[in-house]
Design a protein around this ligand. Structure first.
Ligand code: BLA
Length: 518
């Protein structure tokens, strides 16, 4: 597009994707002036559906172009349109072939929304592919979603329902972390495809302006990744001098960088639907097709959007329930550990470290329990001098636990120990008792693909490929290198409680010893 510099890897976030000045060619776009109903801007392919070239169409009105009855339907609905898209139900295919739902003998679907001062009418030729979805389908899909208890099973069902509704080859539920990196947490796919489940991607794969757009507009379709964009003419609105804001356009032409990414992945059509929890983009339902163009009807797309909206509500609830369950489980671990400690005697430190709950209750990979110049460890822990250094860095005098999920930012020398101690949770100071739990860095936990088919697929990638899932995974590894999973407030509480029990029990034990000596 002449108005903007070309995008590359360093300018992704600056690409103004809401004003591309073009649409995808599977429909036509009209920008109408009110109240005259004059056409002021149109996609250059308008002749394909309306039989009138753009230059001439731009001198006409909506009734001239669509016929009186269809134009009246549009006008009647315009007041119902606020910002979001409204699909206009058209008479069904078995109705009169020259009736209301047709344009020059072709069955069409209309979508309406407002952009600035303009009413945007988008028209697609209708086809029966993917079938129609009635109330019964939506209700049974909802029933399946409601029946789930966990985020994972909700995501699994959502992927399966959206796949069966839309007919895409692969449907994934993609979840963002607090830094906007993402993970595929559920997948429904054609049996012969290699799995993407469990794969991670860096925040840069879906840049900030795209995430903002996806928070106000729930759905987008790329019907044919190999499409040639159709310009909107004239390029600027003759009144305002601005390009047309296509944020809510169902035909919006998408970022060339993203098209390149999809093509490198072998994707031939793509759709994604937002998952929004408490106003924040929680994730996306990402749909891929690998066998050519794929264009579900407006009705099918609306069903997918509806299911994602229903699921979004449930995700918030399931997530809170899961957090509560996790806290209860950790507390239960703590209770079993303290029971064991109450019975411990001279081998107190060993009893602590050997108990299965000692690592589980805070989700750590290693633990060192120290007291009076001795210590006992379990799991994977760094060497003693490194443990001492970490205790020193994180020490607190008020008895509370303290933690870090990227120790190398406190001391660069610790980067060498990220394989066992990228993060630590400590409580107490020498001479003790003190407790120090450790977690390894994330990339060590998450292996690429895990599936030989993925490794083979990406090994075949050329050197000139700039954007692809494999490159993304490498970038994600860079982002999370040296970092552990973060520690929660509940883990801090558990660490503190475990420490208090330890202090109390050791004091009691030393009194018992003194009594014996006396
Ligand atoms: C958009 N990137 C997207 C979208 C997805 C992804 C789902 C939404 C558009 C769509 O529905 O296709 C990324 N898709 C993924 C990921 C998976 C997937 C991670 O299926 C995992 C399974 N993308 C890059 C890089 C840049 C980039 C390096 O990888 C920039 C240099 C840009 N991605 C980019 C842009 C958009 C995008 C600009 C917005 C596209 C648009 O809506 O115009």
């Amino acid at each position: 597009h002449p108005a903007y510099p070309p995008v590359d890897l360093t300018s992704c976030e600056r690409e103004p994707i809401h004003v591309p000045g073009a649409i995808q060619p599977h429909g036509v776009l009209l920008a109408i002036e009110e109240p005259s109903l004059h056409l002021v801007m149109a996609s250059a392919n308008i002749g394909e559906l309306l039989g009138v070239p753009a230059e001439i169409a731009l001198t006409l009105t909506l009734p001239d172009l669509l016929g009186a009855s269809m134009a009246t339907r549009v006008v009647d609905q315009v007041d119902a349109v606020r910002g979001e898209v409204l699909t206009l139900p058209m008479p069904h295919v078995d109705a009169d072939p020259h009736g209301e739902g047709t344009l020059r003998g072709r069955w069409v679907e209309l979508a309406l929304h407002r952009s600035g001062k303009r009413v945007i009418v988008e028209i697609e030729e209708r086809h029966e592919e993917g079938g129609t979805l009635g109330y019964a389908t939506a209700r049974s899909a909802m029933g399946h979603l409601i029946g789930t208890r966990t985020v994972r099973s909700l995501a699994d069902h959502l992927a399966a329902e959206i796949r069966s509704a839309t007919g895409f080859d692969r449907v994934m539920v993609y979840r963002f972390d607090p830094e906007w990196n993402g993970e595929v947490i559920a997948e429904a796919k054609r049996g012969d495809l290699n799995p993407f489940l469990g794969l991670h991607y860096p925040a840069s794969d879906i840049p900030a302006q795209a995430r903002r757009l996806y928070t106000i507009n729930w759905i987008r379709l790329i019907a044919d990744v190999a499409y040639r964009p159709v310009p909107v003419v004239p390029m600027l609105d003759p009144d305002s001098g601005d390009p047309l804001d296509l944020s809510f356009s169902t035909l919006r032409s998408v970022s060339p960088m993203h098209l390149e990414y999809l093509a490198n992945m072998g994707v031939t059509a793509s759709m994604s639907v937002s998952l929004i929890v408490e106003g924040r983009l929680w994730g996306l339902v990402s749909c891929h097709h690998y066998s050519g163009p794929h264009r579900p009807s407006h009705e099918v797309r609306a069903t997918a959007e509806f299911l994602a909206q229903v699921a979004s509500r449930m995700l918030g609830e399931r997530e809170r329930a899961e957090q509560r369950d996790a806290v209860l489980r950790d507390r239960d671990h703590l209770a079993r550990l303290t029971t064991a400690l109450a019975a411990a005697d001279d081998r107190f430190l060993e009893t602590f470290a050997d108990h299965p709950a000692a690592l589980a209750m805070v989700g750590a990979g290693g633990l060192v329990v120290g007291h009076d110049h001795t210590s006992v460890s379990v799991g994977e822990v760094p060497p003693a001098d490194v443990v001492a250094r970490i205790l020193d860095l994180l020490r607190r005098e008020d008895g509370a636990a303290s933690s870090h999920d990227h120790l190398a930012t406190l001391d660069p020398d610790l980067a060498a120990h990220a394989g066992t101690a990228a993060g630590a949770l400590v409580v107490g100071t020498a001479p003790g008792p003190w407790l120090a739990w450790f977690r390894p860095e994330l990339p060590r936990i998450v292996e690429w693909g895990g599936d030989p088919a993925n490794a083979k697929l990406y090994a075949g990638e050329g050197e000139d490929v700039r954007v692809s899932p494999r490159r993304s995974f490498d970038r994600w590894r860079e982002v999370v290198r040296g970092r552990s999973r973060p520690w929660t407030a509940s883990h801090h509480e558990i660490a503190r409680a475990a420490h208090l029990h330890t202090v109390g029990r050791l004091r009691l034990l030393s009194h018992e010893q003194i009594t014996v000596v006396e």
